[in-house]
Design a protein around this ligand. Structure first.
Ligand SMILES: [Zn+2]
Length: 219
């Protein structure tokens, strides 16, 4: 039964009860106009108030009893339609999509800045840089998605490890792609490796810390 069919059924019953000479409830009429605000929460509140009221109001009780005697019990009220969800990605795909979008946007801003600068930047290089950034962001997000179920169980420690792991995926993807593209090795010796490790751990912990501050779960 749709919402419209349900309302038509209510109307039909009300008309028959009116025709039988039972008066309408003034409280109910006033309540319905006051509470005609959108939102499932307001609808639920109204439904509960009406239910509580009609259990005690003699006018409503008389009308409901007459309707039930003539039509039987009311069919179940249809569930209010859920708000449209514009964009429902499966949970695992959100971090890579977010990573690609965020890093792509950051690189795009720099590309725009560079192409407006005195020396200009060829559009092909700019687009390649944006694609490169998006791929790195997606890689970091994928690594996060893949390891998150296990790390989530570790609580706060797992949150910080997730930050480090995602940052490692992001920077690792960048290094791998650079070497695949034939660039000179970025990490040439042990001290380069230490620098990269410090960057990954430092920014990973920092990212996890700010994420935890924003998503603090009540404990
Ligand atoms: Zn009433």
């Amino acid at each position: 039964m749709t919402q419209a069919e349900y309302e038509a059924e209510v109307e039909r019953r009300q008309r028959v009860v009116d025709e039988a000479g039972l008066s309408r409830c003034e409280w109910l009429a006033a309540r319905k106009t006051v509470s005609a605000q959108p939102g499932a929460g307001a609808l639920m509140r109204l439904a509960n108030e009406v239910k509580a009221h009609s259990a005690t109001c003699p006018t409503c009780k008389a009308r409901n009893e007459y309707a039930r005697a003539n039509f039987g019990p009311m069919p179940a009220r249809p569930r209010p339609p859920e708000a449209p969800r514009g964009f429902a990605l499966p949970a695992w795909s959100r971090p890579p999509v977010f990573g690609a979008t965020a890093i792509g946007a950051i690189v795009a801003l720099r590309v725009i800045g560079a192409s407006l600068g005195p020396r200009g930047m060829p559009i092909g290089i700019g687009l390649a840089a944006i694609g490169f950034g998006m791929a790195c962001g997606a890689a970091g997000g994928l690594v996060l998605s893949a390891t998150r179920p296990a790390l989530r169980k570790l609580g706060a420690l797992g949150d910080y490890l997730s930050g480090v792991v995602a940052m490692g995926g992001y920077i690792g993807a960048a290094l791998l792609m650079l070497s695949a593209l034939g660039s000179k090795p970025v990490i040439k010796n042990g001290s380069d490796a230490v620098i990269f490790a410090v960057i990954i751990v430092g920014f990973g912990l920092l990212g996890a810390h700010s994420w935890r501050r924003k998503n603090r779960t009540p404990s």
